[in-house]
Design a protein around this ligand. Structure first.
Ligand code: NDP
Ligand code: MG
Ligand code: MG
Length: 340
């Protein structure tokens, strides 16, 4: 079994007295900045003028431009969108890097796929919470935390590993468990998880189930509750107690259906497709496609996004959720939240 680190095993003093710049104040940025500050660390935010900037000021942070924050800080955490990091890094971060500083990421993408090549005299590590940023903040405020991975890519000071662990503790990750990984493993498993299971796999499964019922003449509202709304309730049980815990709560009829029909939906052929997806990630094919898509101003991304927003499940869902305000309560900020 892998070694999992918890709060009591981590000495955060290595991070005390260091200035930490959080670059970007979106889903992850706001959570890291506020959690680290509440943990007693010296945090500043680096962000361009706009909505995020205003939010960071409103939340009481010391806010600068990306370049100014990079100049002032010892530890520079890049929480900008992956596809924009390279340009911002080259123009505003790199000029301010000096020997002994630390460059930190929450996802290994740009370093692993050679978009950012840090100088050899800085520490480079990642601390990647395994959950959406808004939950990284919400759970921290509740006294809990989201598990996190950490990895050292380059240890120039001899302190990179201790800094990574201290940072993970500061954002609340070590309340839930922190695991050591590599940039390669974090990047490839994160991309695979979100594509095959968490985001891609789940949305495709939900849509296929919904469409099957609607095409057979059942009411879209019934199909929505059955295939989308209830999914959260089932996943909550799996989250709390594993597959067996969920199966304990459902009826034996549902459990028998789970056993005989589940493998008919996700079968050997599906697993072969998953292996194809993993291969595209491992070979860099997926990364190359996504980087090119961005260079071309996202023609395919935008077209698919538009088509998806017009799907019947979205229209029906919007109406039903209007009548269930408790579903949305406190979630306004999380509307854009993604598992990434
Ligand atoms: P978001 O899109 O939520 O936030 C990005 C932030 O960067 C915004 O504050 C945005 O500000 C700012 N920004 C964008 N472009 C620039 C620019 N040119 N100059 C300055 N600021 C800019 O990003 P995420 O939090 O989703 O992702 C950040 C990193 O965390 C990524 O590496 C991602 O893979 C990783 N990650 C994300 C997770 C998540 O839950 N979303 C989970 C785990 C890791 P503005 O409002 O001005 O656009
Ligand atoms: Mg992820
Ligand atoms: Mg991701």
């Amino acid at each position: 079994m892998a070694k999992v680190y918890y709060n009591n095993e981590i000495n955060e003093s290595v991070l005390q007295g260091k200035k930490i710049a959080i670059l970007g104040y979106g889903s992850q940025g706001h959570a890291h900045a506020s959690n680290l500050k509440d943990s007693g660390f010296d945090v500043i935010v680096g962000i361009r003028p706009g909505k995020s900037y205003d939010q960071a000021v409103e939340d009481g942070h010391e806010v600068y431009s990306v370049q100014e924050a990079s100049a002032k800080a010892d530890i520079i955490m890049i929480l900008l969108p992956d596809e924009r990091q390279t340009a911002v890094y080259e123009n505003e971060v790199k000029p301010e890097l000096s020997a002994g500083k630390a460059l930190v990421f929450a996802h290994g993408f740009n370093v692993h796929f050679n978009q950012i090549v840090p100088p050899s005299d800085v520490d480079v590590f990642l601390v990647a919470p395994k959950g959406p940023g808004h939950l990284v903040r919400r759970t921290f405020e509740q006294g809990a935390g989201v598990p996190a991975l950490f990895a050292v890519y380059q240890d120039a000071t001899g302190q990179a590993r201790d800094l990574a662990l201290a940072y993970a503790k500061g954002v609340g990750g070590a309340r839930a468990g922190v695991l050591e990984t590599t940039f390669q493993e974090e990047t490839e498993t994160d991309l695979f998880g979100e594509q095959a299971v968490l985001c891609g796999g789940t949305t495709a499964l939900v849509k296929a189930g919904f469409e099957t019922l609607v095409e057979a003449g059942y009411q879209p509202e019934v199909a929505y509750f059955e295939c989308l709304h209830e999914l959260k309730l089932i996943v909550d049980l799996m989250y709390e107690d594993g597959l067996a815990g969920m199966r304990y709560s459902i009826s034996d009829t549902a459990q028998w259906g789970d056993f005989v029909s589940g493998p008919r939906v996700v079968n050997a052929d599906t697993k072969a497709r998953m292996k194809d997806i993993l291969e595209d990630i491992q070979t860099g094919k997926f990364a190359k496609g996504w980087l090119l898509e961005n260079q071309l101003n996202r023609p395919e991304f935008n077209a698919i996004n538009r088509r998806e927003s017009e799907h019947l499940i979205e229209k029906v869902g919007q109406e039903l959720r209007e009548m269930m305000p408790f579903v949305k309560a406190g979630k306004k900020k999380a509307a854009k939240e993604v598992v990434s």
